[in-house]
Design a protein around this ligand. Structure first.
Ligand SMILES: [Zn+2]
Ligand SMILES: [Zn+2]
Ligand SMILES: [Zn+2]
Length: 268
């Protein structure tokens, strides 16, 4: 399974456009892995999770979404979902034909998509369906398990995704998991866990902070949920509470937690 991080930042990006705090200034000086678009992940070449800065990610990191046949949406917040981005799927913005894409997500996210595109759109080759927490979906060779997140939208969702060989948990945006979600997670095993680390040294709540991420790194290990060689990856960093990339590596390295960065491609 290939993972391609198209963005790893929180809603305002990193640096934040209108901010000159120490973290943003350091990111501007250093560039590289300290610069972050809004969070999105491409799995193999056909499964996209969330879409907002996909235009920027394709231009900067050479991503190509022309084979995507499934898009999962985590929740309805604008930093993860901009229906306008689907415009680029049809002529003249795409000059070559695209395969039909299923857009799957919480009802409040599909409602936002549907308001612009309808439940099914022949021209842009889209159709939509709502997911339900705990109810598995089989699609394109993936077994996808939507689970409830702890976040401030109507039906926030995280996903366990298994392609028959490898298994990941994509878990942003969420604070500490709801009890039922954690119980279900404990029935699974993962090759990679990608986890919300928005709040860094700040307070947690509807997002996790560094302390929460370290707590779960240990909990996943203790419960035997990590396959041999599994990666535990922090992402969705806010400039407000997180230092730039290098300092994050110093913070998380000793805990065997990887720090995601934009454009990171890895095969698991
Ligand atoms: Zn977010
Ligand atoms: Zn800032
Ligand atoms: Zn959010």
């Amino acid at each position: 399974m290939r993972l391609f991080f198209l963005g790893t930042g929180a809603a305002e990006g990193y640096p934040a456009p209108f901010c000159h705090c120490e973290n943003c200034e350091l990111a501007r000086q250093r560039g590289g892995r300290s610069l972050r678009l809004r969070s999105s992940l491409l799995v193999n070449d056909n499964l996209l999770i969330d879409c907002n800065d996909i235009v920027a990610a394709c231009a900067l990191y050479g991503a190509n979404l022309d084979k995507v046949t499934t898009m999962l949406m985590t929740h309805s917040h604008t930093d993860h979902l901009d229906p306008v981005e689907m415009s680029w799927r049809a002529y003249p913005f795409a000059k070559t034909p695209v395969p039909t894409m299923a857009v799957l997500g919480p009802w409040d996210a599909t409602a936002r998509m549907e308001a612009m595109w309808g439940r099914q759109n022949e021209h842009h080759r889209l159709w939509m369906a709502d997911v339900r927490h705990g109810v598995r979906i089989w699609r394109d060779g993936y077994t996808i398990t939507p689970l409830a997140a702890n976040h401030g939208t109507a039906y926030p969702t995280i996903y366990a995704i298994d392609d028959g060989k490898r298994s990941i948990l994509y878990s942003t945006d969420t604070g500490r998991y709801p009890e039922a979600t954690w119980e279900r997670i404990k029935t699974l095993k993962f090759d990679a866990v990608i986890i919300d680390e928005t709040m860094g040294y700040g307070p947690s709540g509807g997002h996790m902070n560094a302390e929460d991420v370290i707590y779960y790194r240990e909990a996943f290990e203790a419960e035997g949920l990590l396959k041999p060689g599994a990666l535990f990856i922090a992402q969705h960093f806010s400039h407000g509470y997180n230092p730039p990339y290098e300092e994050l590596c110093e913070l998380f390295g000793p805990h065997d937690i990887a720090v995601a960065y934009d454009g990171w491609k890895l095969d698991i």
